[in-house]
Design a protein around this ligand. Structure first.
Ligand code: ADP
Length: 575
């Protein structure tokens, strides 16, 4: 579907505000016509018929009222237009937010974050001009000239005819230039997105680039991409200025034709002064809405270019909204079974799991071990329902988990990753993420259990101390404990715990270990383990390699299994 049609459809939600915008625009145009009528009558009487100002007092008052009404209606028109655009933008942001939430982190990771955030922030913002200015102007550019024609035709058919014949020239020029401008805008948008994506990539990887001594090269790449963007922007501006000039010329010539035609008839006494002046004052107002459509079309085009990308995001692999089985379930008592589960990334090109069959028993700890890239995180993501098996099934006491609403499913799961994301908010709010309504006492209790309370107390504002983005002001070990506090507060029966691999100092490590053990007690746990002592304490151990299960059993079984214990000891040495 053409993007304009989709944008029209989107505007349906703000229909009332848009109708009011157009309505106020029409009323403002009526006030302008009133002003023109009053002004021509006043000048005619005072200038030609030598009347005094006192005799035209009523008309002056009428002119004043018309001017005031024009200002009020124009102001209201702006207000309603702002409201319509705000409404559509908020709706669209919510829609994209919901989409991304449903699509999950697997989809987001497959996109370049800079490009995605550019689309979300600037892309949606670029639609502002489309809804606030361009869309109402389409209607106004048709209705206001029609209104003026309706008034001018009975007064002076010849001028009406000139209006009627010259009016289509402006849209004609606009369409000719618009075809070029559309393509240029799309190019500019692509280059802006590329620039944003690259910038963020470089910023995020700056430390790595510096260590490798490659940061200087990035300056040239950024310079090249910025130059591309500058050229693309200049081309867009060139066309926009040229088209504004062309439209201005066409409108000026049209007004000149009306002026000459009216002036000549006035000279030969074929027309009265008041009527001629009225038409002359109205002439620019007749062309103005059509000319404005031209300039606003250019402002709106940027929105069309970004909308194409927005719709592309919303339309690719739409997450299925479906009816879920609402039968209650309880992860603290039911067994999760993997039955021959296969999963591959990049549409099947990168196999990550091949035929996984295992059970996660309630109330027990299942440790997943294996070298990096063996598929541990993929299993965790399948359990979190961010990914879905390509083949095979995951069952909860015989019921396929894809029948259960993922939102409800995740309510019973807490996930602690080794690199928790901390938001730019206070520590209390960061802990409360799992349970926003929790009172401060419960937050403090969770922090105590996570062994982080004492540290928080030493901060200047305690629990209200703001945390930098990505936890910039907290050490890795502290961020880890905040994540554990979140899990304590969530108090979910099923826990997915990814042990930290970074070398922490022994004191901090002991604190984290103690908190983890406290958290694991009495819960069903899937532990992505990197340490020998946690592995040996697990009820069940699954050894993964290359996306397949190599060994499975308790640690005694592993002890017997062909020196595996020794191999693990070697693999995990020093941790
Ligand atoms: P582990 O957690 O054991 O390190 P993963 O489950 O992350 O292993 O990865 C299993 C395999 O899938 C690896 O070969 C990895 O390269 C690949 N993989 C993981 N995530 C993605 C992704 N988002 N896109 C493509 N391949 C991926």
């Amino acid at each position: 579907m053409n993007p304009h049609k989709k944008l029209f459809h989107l505007a349906g939600g703000a229909r009332n505000s848009l109708i009011l915008t157009v309505g106020c625009g029409l009323l403002a145009a009526l006030a302008i016509i009133g002003q023109a009528a009053a002004l021509s009558a006043i000048i005619d009487r005072v200038f030609l018929n030598k009347q005094t100002l006192a005799t035209v007092g009523g008309m002056l008052a009428f002119f004043g009222v018309a001017s005031l009404l024009r200002a009020i209606f124009s102001w209201m028109q702006q207000g309603f237009a702002d409201r319509a655009a705000g409404f559509v933008k908020t709706g669209l942001r919510e829609q994209i937010g919901r989409y991304l939430q449903q699509a999950g982190p697997a989809y987001i990771h497959s996109q370049r974050s800079g490009e995605l955030s550019n689309t979300l922030v600037n892309g949606v913002e670029a639609l502002d001009a489309y809804f606030r200015e361009f869309l109402p102007q389409i209607f106004l550019s048709a209705l206001i000239p029609l209104l003026i024609l309706l008034i001018v035709f009975p007064l002076d058919p010849l001028s009406g005819l000139v209006f009627l014949l010259t009016a289509p020239l402006i849209p004609l020029f606009m369409a000719l230039i618009g075809a070029v401008a559309g393509a240029l805008n799309r190019r500019q948008w692509k280059s802006l997105s590329r620039m944003s994506a690259h910038f963020l990539d470089v910023l995020q990887g700056l430390t790595t680039l510096k260590i490798l001594g490659r940061s200087k090269e990035q300056i040239q790449t950024i310079a090249r991409i910025s130059t591309d963007f500058r050229f693309a922007t200049m081309k867009v501006l060139k066309v926009a200025f040229l088209s504004a000039l062309a439209l201005e010329i066409v409108a000026t010539i049209s007004i000149a034709i009306v002026a000459v035609e009216v002036g000549l008839r006035l000279l030969y006494g074929k027309m009265d002064f008041q009527g001629a002046l009225f038409i002359l004052i109205l002439a620019p107002e007749f062309y103005l809405p059509i000319r404005l459509l031209g300039t606003r079309y250019h402002a709106g085009l940027e929105g069309v270019a970004s909308a194409e990308r927005i719709f592309q995001i919303l339309e690719t692999a739409p997450p299925v909204a479906r009816q879920f089985d609402a039968t209650p379930f309880d992860l603290s008592r039911q067994t999760i079974r993997f039955e021959d589960v296969h999963y591959a990334y990049n549409g099947g090109a990168r196999p990550a799991l091949r035929g996984i069959s295992c059970e996660i028993l309630p109330g027990k700890t299942t440790a997943l071990i294996g070298p990096s890239g063996s598929g541990k995180s993929t299993i965790a993501n399948l359990l979190l329902r961010f990914l879905h098996p390509d083949r095979g099934r995951i069952l909860l006491d015989g019921r396929n988990i894809n029948e259960i609403d993922p939102q409800n499913w995740r309510k019973q799961i807490a996930w602690v990753s080794p690199k928790p994301y901390l938001f730019h908010r206070s520590i209390a709010e960061n802990i409360r993420l799992a349970n926003p309504a929790a009172p401060l006492e419960r937050v403090v209790e969770a922090a105590r259990l996570a062994n982080i309370h004492e540290f928080i107390e030493t901060l200047p504002q305690g629990y209200h101390t703001p945390v930098g983005e990505q936890g910039a002001r907290l050490s890795g070990g502290q961020a880890q404990r905040i994540a554990l506090a979140r899990a304590f507060l969530k108090d979910a029966p099923f826990l997915i715990l990814d042990e930290p691999t970074a070398n922490l100092d022994p004191g901090v490590e002991a604190l984290i270990r103690q908190a983890m053990e406290r958290l694991m007690a009495g819960r069903t746990v899937l532990l992505i383990a990197h340490r020998l002592n946690t592995v040996t304490r697990a009820g069940q151990i699954i050894v993964l390699s290359g996306g397949e299960i190599r060994e499975m059993g308790d640690h005694l079984m592993l002890l017997q299994a062909d020196g595996l214990y020794r191999r693990m000891r070697v693999a995990y040495q020093g941790r």
